[in-house]
Design a protein around this ligand. Sequence first.
Ligand SMILES: *Cc1c(COP(=O)(O)O)cnc(C)c1O
Length: 381
Amino acid sequence: MSEKIYLASPHMSNEGYEKEYVKEAFDTNWIAPLGKNVNEFENELAAKVGSKSAAALVSGTAAIHMALKAAGVGEGDIVFCQSLTFSATANPIIYQNAIPVFIDSNYETWNMDPEALEEAFVKYPDVKAVIVVHLYGLSADMDKIVQLCKKHNVVLIEDAAESLGTTYKGKYTGSFGDYGIFSFNGNKIITTSGGGMLVSDNEERIAKVRFWATQSRDKARHYQHSEIGFNYRMSNIVAGIGRGQLKVLDKRVAKKKYIFEYYKRELGNLEGIEFMPINEWNEPNYWLSCITINNCHSERSEESYISPLDIMEALEKDNIESRPIWKPMHLQPFFEKYDYIGGDVSEELFENGICLPSDTKMTDQDLDRIIGIIKKLWNEN
Ligand SMILES: *Cc1c(COP(=O)(O)O)cnc(C)c1O
């Protein structure tokens, strides 16, 4: 069996920064509860992305949940949510007993289509919040989306779980909206084994989130609660890993870009293959290198069409991980009962797309192995 190549796996620093911070927590017995690593991780991440404050939480999902709560989203409220995403973007809308309305993407960004968003505002003028996503490290069209949300006076939440390190016109994604969230799950560009962060310029709201996330304990010696609480805070050990990982974020972005450009150089002229869109105003973190396969190209016949599944299966046979593009939320059995605004862009991206292995530990030989398998499929068909 060939050596396994992962889609994206944890990559700790060569310098051992993570161990240093975790060791410090051990040496001072600051294993739990909160502590220095948590405070510093919040400060360092907020400084990196240019937000005034941050709350470190157990997951990106918890961060979206807290963002919705901080935005005042409650029972029966409408929330516009990008359809092409991972379910973790949409699930917290249901946790808050609110109602999602899903919005299509455009081909230009793969993210929320501002025109569909505008249409949604006409149909649902009472909407409470908008969740935009920066998929695979590509940024959404933020000028238009921010402007629309301002015009309608609606809270904007950015799901930047996949885009830590991505900039739009020189500004970091996650810092455009009223709230931004990041994830440090195992396959994200940096990881703490699991964790998340909520950022905002509204320090008072972030303080409130820290309160809710530690069980909403009122300031009293006895255990008193005037509000519902959550156990959502990140631990001091986990935050230590995060501080170390943050130090190598720029290096990881550089390697991800190298991987993307390597694929583009080697596979870019295979008929029907298109790479994810890199716009001039967007400097992505290239979290995953994604392509689509266009099946209406001229030369090839119906039988010789190579599907994303063909590629995934060929790679899998050689012990190499890849995956489809996210299946849109409006096509999910759980969510299909909710309204959807737009056309079939997100569905087409799902049907024709594939995420190629983007592990930052890959060597050029690993990349050549993957490329060889894909080229072989093209040569044989
Ligand atoms: C990973 C991810 C999340 C959830 O983050 P967790 O830390 O796993 O809870 C949310 N949205 C998107 C788009 C993601 O990729």
